[in-house]
Design a protein around this ligand. Structure first.
Ligand SMILES: [Zn+2]
Length: 140
């Protein structure tokens, strides 16, 4: 019974996003969305899939994460070049980045007050502002 509900949730989620619920997408969606708000790298999700004996390559995990992001199911948070997290919380919010352990922690969108933003470049408009506040241990 524990397994059933996340699967039907995952099917509904994929369908509503216009994605065909293939077996691999379903397995990954179930892992991603079964545990509330999460921030995962592709490597972490691949590790979870492997632990659950879901036969899927890291490249497939990457592809699925980008497809889910394009479909609006996930938000990609790029902490630095080559380091992306995929966030199951797609609402407007910001993040603390814990430099000691690489963890992202949500900050409610209204807890960050933005000052004057620069004019966007010619022909562009600002779509979203993501704030990442990097934190380290006090005793360093
Ligand atoms: Zn988040």
């Amino acid at each position: 019974m524990m397994q059933e509900r996340p699967y039907s949730d995952a099917i509904a989620r994929l369908k509503s996003a216009g994605l065909r619920p293939t077996r691999q997408r379903l397995a990954l969606a179930r892992l991603l969305f079964a545990g509330g708000d999460r921030h995962l790298t592709a490597e972490q999700l691949h590790g979870e899939a492997t632990a659950e004996q879901v036969p899927v390559s890291l490249a497939t995990v990457y592809n699925a994460l980008h497809q889910f992001t394009e479909a609006g199911l996930l938000r990609e948070v790029i902490v630095e070049a080559g380091r992306s997290y995929f966030d199951t919380n797609v609402s407007d919010h910001h993040h603390f980045f814990h430099e000691d352990n690489g963890r992202l922690e949500d900050i409610a969108g209204d807890e960050v007050r933005l000052g004057d933003l620069p004019q966007p470049p010619q022909g562009k408009r600002i779509r979203r502002v993501d704030v990442i506040i990097r934190v380290e241990n006090n005793d360093r």
